[in-house]
Design a binder for this molecule. Structure first.
Ligand code: PLP
Length: 424
């Protein structure tokens, strides 16, 4: 079949306008792997906190790419940085140097307050890289016997989709059909310091957890939990590895949620918003003692540290360095309580519970009203995009450039959606 015979080509004129959503859904249904079940919205454009679909409808984006769009769609400073770099150089591989890699690593290390950065691409790659580095640290620095390293992780966590990562997932859907699994992980309940302490053996090299469990439904651990993890890790000579792929880079009103909780990890895993919603960019950030275990040939990625991603990452770091009243961190701290207050007012009115961390909320809706997906579909009809997680929980994580009025619009749409499902 030539391109001119293609049904895609003949349909080209109808890819926008009435009916275009169905056409795009059909193409995806017929030609893409069925590993997602998206809402019936096909987005064509985005600016700030808003997107427009192929039929011209506008939506407030309250998912923000699972927090990859913390700075909104097409933030002007990030787009300008990308354009500047696109016109100069996009890829070298790490066989050669490039003039963005060093500044990016130095600037991100300074932002995080650690000595070194290992740039990768996706969040899962940052996690995989963190696991590899922790194991190697265990053998070379802690003196764990070869091939015996163990890593303690938290039940209910989400860290990505690779074989090693799903090996310690407690979500049956994430694991079924993908074995055999990688050994060396011990799963403990999240928020339970006694269980964590009990799981640690002389062969434990790291504790890996999210400071706030995002995919689990914005589960905030009890006060003092993260500081307790720090104390246990110090006492047992174990690395505290904080997966801040979703919680980090502004979402909670802090560069790092762990620091916001008043403590510090040994290794930070960053991703999502690090690429400004423009390019995939992730990183492992740690001190010399940890990242120094990697030597040439032992780890890498063709695209890791590419100049385009580094240039955007530098602009992201620049935005996060601004902790003044007009910066994104201040916005998350100012608007988080607004979101919490408005959502809490719905408890008892279709909402069972609300949990928040900065501008990030997990909303448990009354399961009698319908599934989380039913609520998200009703929200989309009212011009708000959000995504369900775990049955009847909805996660709201609007871009940090959202306004107070827009938050009101989103929560009002939620109230109306719940009323519709309740038949009121
Ligand atoms: N870690 C956490 C905490 C995440 O929330 C995610 C993605 O949602 C990942 C890792 C995986 O990131 P990616 O989808 O970029 O591989």
């Amino acid at each position: 079949m030539t391109l001119t015979d293609s049904p895609i080509d003949t349909a080209i004129d109808t890819r926008t306008g009435t009916g275009a959503t169905a056409l795009h859904e059909q193409l995806v249904d017929e030609h893409s792997a069925h590993n997602y079940h998206p809402l019936p919205v096909v987005v064509a454009e985005g600016i700030g906190a808003w997107v427009t679909d192929v039929e011209g409808r506008h939506y407030l984006d309250c998912l923000a790419g699972y927090s990859a769009l913390n700075f909104g769609h097409r933030h002007p400073e990030l787009v300008a940085a990308a354009h500047r770099q696109l016109d100069r150089l996009t890829l070298t591989s790490r066989a050669f140097g490039n003039d963005q890699l060093g500044p990016f690593c130095a600037e991100l290390a300074a932002l995080v307050g650690k000595q070194r950065v290992l740039p990768m691409n996706t969040g899962a790659e940052a996690v995989e890289s963190g696991l590899k580095v922790a194991r190697k640290w265990g053998y070379e620095v802690k003196g764990v016997p070869e091939d015996r390293a163990r890593i303690v992780v938290a039940a209910g966590g989400f860290h990505g989709r690779t074989i090693s990562i799903v090996s310690f997932s407690t979500d049956p859907q994430a694991r079924a059909g993908f074995g055999p699994f990688t050994p060396g992980f011990d799963v403990v309940p999240y928020g339970d310091l006694a269980a964590l302490e009990a799981a640690i053996t002389p062969e434990t090299v790291a504790v890996l957890l999210e400071p706030v469990q995002g995919e689990a439904g914005v589960i905030v651990p009890p006060d003092g939990y993260l500081a307790g993890v720090r104390e246990i890790c110090d006492a047992e000579r174990v690395l505290f590895v904080a997966d801040e792929v979703q919680s980090g880079l502004g979402r909670t009103g802090h560069v790092l949620a762990t620091r916001g909780a008043g403590t510090d990890a040994d290794v930070y895993l960053l991703g999502k918003a690090l690429g400004g919603g423009i390019v995939p960019l992730s990183a492992v950030v740690a001190d010399d003692e940890v990242l120094g275990v990697l030597r040439p040939g032992q780890h890498g990625s063709t695209f890791g540290g590419n100049p385009l991603a580094c240039a955007v990452g530098r602009a992201v770091v620049g935005l996060l360095c601004d902790d003044g009243p007009h910066g994104v961190l201040a916005a998350a701290r100012r608007l988080g309580p607004v979101l919490r207050e408005k959502l809490t007012a719905l408890v008892g009115d279709g909402v069972v519970a609300v949990r928040t961390a900065g501008l990030w909320a997990g909303v448990d809706v009354d399961p009698h009203l319908g599934t989380g997906r039913d609520v998200c579909e009703a929200l989309a009809r009212r011009g708000v995009l959000a995504k369900d997680t775990h049955g009847s929980t909805i996660r709201l994580s609007p871009p940090l450039v959202v306004t107070e009025e827009e938050i009101g619009f989103a929560v009002d749409a939620l109230a109306r959606s719940l009323a519709e499902l309740a038949g009121r």
